[in-house]
Design a binder for this molecule. Structure first.
Ligand code: NAI
Length: 452
């Protein structure tokens, strides 16, 4: 089968690379309008960093995996077309700041309708508001000219930083489709693709709307766990309880489970906030204000956590960070990715820049260009410097902030860092990554999140 995927981003690229890697009989072409992104996919420096991705791409590229900007040809030739374009929060008009912006999805649907000559199975891989398949279907059917289109929903559950492991060994694959003979046939075609490496019992099939809604719900539940433990971290700080101890204690309850209970500076990434806002908007649209308010609390708590951290830094540094060098270690929204979208680091840095701090930022995978773009500061801006390593960033600093849980931060020579800092040397571990007692023995005034 020929498969096409529109959108060569964090989802389209790795997902299609895995399908090509596992299904030698299928040819997969990933297309994007962004020429430089496609060039990067075809080069030795892939546009995204994911452990294990290089090897999977290298193995399949040029054999049954192709990256191209020729969208029309790929659609024309494919029997199955994945839509994996971005669905950001709308910034204009009705629903601004909440609703999903579906213009890229609609453009894809119209392009498929325009270019297709035969029947197609169209797979929604992007995360979409429940009932989007209805709109996609109407656009396709209104332009069908006798061709048949089946729409499937196949949301992606990979997490950045572990994308390859997640794709290789997913907890489940979810496929939603129309419960008609043609719909069930289309579902089966996609089941057959995944069944090349995913055990059949882990491939869940549902109707379209359950599938679409399950993705938003999964992200809302995951983000809610983080906001819940972060809410408790604030109470820990007020009461000398320790949030890591509380997390361990509750996580051993098999009904709760130990995962996703790590307190931090707040969640980031392109999905959680966007998808919850989208859920909130949907609930409001369907006249369910209580449900909307319930989920909106998850975002409110996350915002609180990010700003609370910045406020604590300022108050601990004698209520002023003006002209003080502050080393920021970590800028990506989590370890093992170069993605900074909605990273908590952006908000914390912004709060500190407003207080005229001088930030020295280091991240192992995020480029200077990206950091400056996220903070909206040019190279001339005296308040932001981007450093080559953690030791340069911490030279002469009044405080060190750990904002991403990169493994390499665990093994830095903290004595060396301490020796080159201003005294008192403060360290704020926003990820509860380090041994605070060991740091305090060196002489640091070190604190974590929710550590009493
Ligand atoms: P991305 O922004 O990295 O990639 C989207 C790509 O689509 C871009 O390269 C863009 O140029 C391309 N594109 C947009 N319109 C196009 C068009 N009309 N024709 C051709 N290409 C077009 O986005 P990402 O992170 O891959 O996310 C895609 C979808 O997957 C979103 O709906 C997101 O919510 C969802 N998702 C993302 C996850 C993640 O970890 N990033 C995980 C699970 C789902």
């Amino acid at each position: 089968m020929k498969i096409c995927c529109i959108g060569a981003g964090y989802v389209g690229g790795p997902t299609m690379a895995m399908i090509a890697h596992k299904c030698a009989d299928h040819t997969v072409t990933v297309v994007d309008l962004n020429q430089s992104r496609i060039d990067a996919w075809n080069s030795d420096t892939l546009p995204i960093y994911e452990p294990g991705l290089d090897a999977v791409v290298r193995e399949a590229r040029g054999k049954n995996l192709f990256f191209s900007t020729d969208v029309d040809t790929a659609i024309h030739e494919a029997e199955m077309i994945f839509i994996s374009v971005n669905t950001p929060t709308k910034t204009y008009g009705v629903g601004a700041g909440r609703a999903a912006d579906l213009r890229f999805i609609e453009k894809c649907a119209r392009k498929i309708a325009e270019v297709s000559q035969g029947d197609k199975i169209v797979v929604e891989k992007s995360t979409l508001p429940v009932r989007t398949a209805e709109s996609v279907k109407r656009i396709l059917q209104a332009n069908s000219k006798g061709r048949k289109f089946q729409i499937l929903s196949n949301p992606e559950f990979l997490a950045e930083g572990t994308a390859i492991a997640d794709l290789q060994n997913p907890d489940r694959v979810l496929i939603g489709g129309e419960q008609s003979p043609d719909g069930l046939l289309a579902i089966q075609k996609l089941v057959d693709v995944y069944a090349n490496w995913v055990p059949r019992e882990q491939i869940i099939t549902t109707n379209l709307w359950s599938s679409e809604l399950s993705k938003l719900t999964a992200n809302a539940f995951l983000a809610q766990r983080i906001s819940s433990i972060n809410a408790i971290s604030a109470l820990c700080e007020a009461t000398e309880a320790n949030v890591d101890e509380v997390a361990t204690a509750i996580g051993t309850d098999s009904r709760i489970g130990p995962k996703f209970l790590k307190s931090s500076v707040g969640f980031g990434g392109s999905c959680f906030q966007k998808d919850i806002l989208n859920l909130v908007y949907l609930c409001q649209h369907f006249g369910l204000p209580e449900v909307a308010n319930y989920w909106e609390g998850v975002i409110t708590m996350n915002d609180y956590q990010k700003h609370r951290f910045a406020r604590r830094v300022i108050s601990t540094l004698f209520n002023t960070v003006s002209d003080k060098r502050i080393a920021v270690l970590g800028f990506a929204f989590k370890k093992d990715t170069n993605d900074t979208r909605e990273s908590a680091a952006i908000y914390i840095c912004e709060d500190l820049i407003k207080e005229h701090a001088n930030l020295a930022i280091y991240d192992p995978k995020v480029t200077e260009v990206q950091i400056r773009q996220d903070l909206n500061v040019s190279v001339e801006n005296p308040h932001v410097s981007v450093c080559e390593d953690a030791y340069t960033a911490t030279e002469g600093a009044h405080a060190v902030l750990i904002l991403t849980e990169w493994d390499e931060f665990k093994t830095l020579d903290y004595q060396r860092i301490y020796d080159q800092m201003q005294m008192p040397a403060f360290l704020f571990d926003g990820r509860n990554l380090l041994d605070l007692e060991a740091l305090n023995r060196i002489g640091f005034e070190a604190s974590g999140i929710g550590q009493g």
